[in-house]
Ligand binder design. Structure first.
Ligand SMILES: C[S@@+](CC[C@H](N)C(=O)[O-])C[C@H]1O[C@@H](n2cnc3c(N)ncnc32)[C@H](O)[C@@H]1O
Length: 288
């Protein structure tokens, strides 16, 4: 858990400069977080190319609880940034967390369910949501709420991977190296009993973050991922009230061996080879 210099009765308050200092310390101590910070900066930059962030009110659904997108949005001149997630207090020990830029522009992180947004209709100029639609259990409800809180003419950048039908769509990479012990795509055709037998043949790393049974529960039962296929996720967006301005598939790694296995899987599973070789999607949505 991170701590900030000033503590309010409810939540925490800090300046953008203080947040930057905390993030620098954090990424020095845990270098893998630098990539996440860079990715958030990149995606806020991508949104900015499609919809100028300066002077806008921005909502980030299931935001980086570290504040990486908050930092980037305020740096690009957002008039107000709101980031919501289920886990803000776990990280900060408080919610909301209020960050103020030198000129008084606010950025906030607060605990909220994306399926039930506590914001008035047409509050935001633009929305960002990254690495989330492979987690939301009710993407249709989230999309309805996104549409409601966006102003007419507003834009949404959504990007997410790996979805369940991708080669590592089980998302075990969140739990470290044990992810490599699961043969690519095997979660799509092995049931839990068979996967248990496959994993029993592997040497389980002594320092693994989880044991075999926890890994099995994560893959098949846990609430951390939604297990929606790529076509189903695409359909949620197509059936939403948004206009899809563009939709770009994010390709999975394709080796000659993977292509052969995928061609076979496409014959025995209800997914096309193209779907199986797609890790996720990036979309730009508009509310007209
Ligand atoms: C992989 S993280 C993405 C974080 C951030 N966007 C980033 O790219 O660094 C996915 C987040 O989705 C959040 N989440 C899942 N379901 C949610 C819901 N219904 N409402 C709000 N947040 C949710 C989880 O708490 C988790 O922090």
């Amino acid at each position: 858990m991170i701590s900030a210099s000033t503590t309010a009765a409810e939540g925490r308050q800090l300046t953008l400069a203080t947040l930057r200092g905390l993030l620098a310390d954090e990424t020095r101590a845990q270098p893998h977080l630098a990539a996440l910070r860079g990715f958030n900066q990149l995606m806020v930059g991508e949104l900015n190319k499609c919809f100028p962030v300066a002077g806008s009110t921005m909502l980030d659904l299931s935001a980086s609880i570290h504040g990486y997108a908050l930092e980037a949005a305020l740096d690009l001149g957002a008039a107000r940034y709101e980031g919501i997630d289920l886990d803000v207090s776990r990280h900060w020990g408080a919610s909301p967390v209020e960050v103020t830029a030198d000129d008084g522009r606010p950025g906030r992180l607060r605990e909220m369910n994306a399926e039930r947004l506590d914001f008035a209709d047409a509050t935001f100029d633009c929305l960002l949501t990254i690495s989330t639609f492979e987690h939301f259990h009710h993407p249709d409800a989230v999309l309805r709420e996104m549409f409601r809180v966006l102003k007419p003419g507003g834009a949404v950048l959504a990007s997410f991977e790996p979805v369940w039908t991708a080669s590592y769509g089980h998302h075990l990479h969140h739990l470290g190296a044990v992810s490599d012990l699961v043969p690519p795509g095997s979660h799509l055709y092995l049931g839990p009993e068979q996967m248990r037998d496959v994993l029993a043949r592997q040497i389980w790393p002594a320092d693994a973050a989880v044991d075999r049974e926890e890994a099995l529960r994560w893959i098949y039962e846990g609430g951390g991922i939604n297990r929606h296929s790529l076509p189903r996720l695409k359909a949620f967006f197509e059936q939403s009230p948004f206009t899809i301005e563009w939709l770009a598939p994010i390709p999975d790694e394709s080796t000659p061996e993977r292509a052969v296995v995928t061609a076979y899987l496409a014959r025995v599973l209800p997914y096309s080879a193209d779907d199986l070789l797609t890790r996720g999607l990036s979309l730009l949505l508009r509310k007209h």
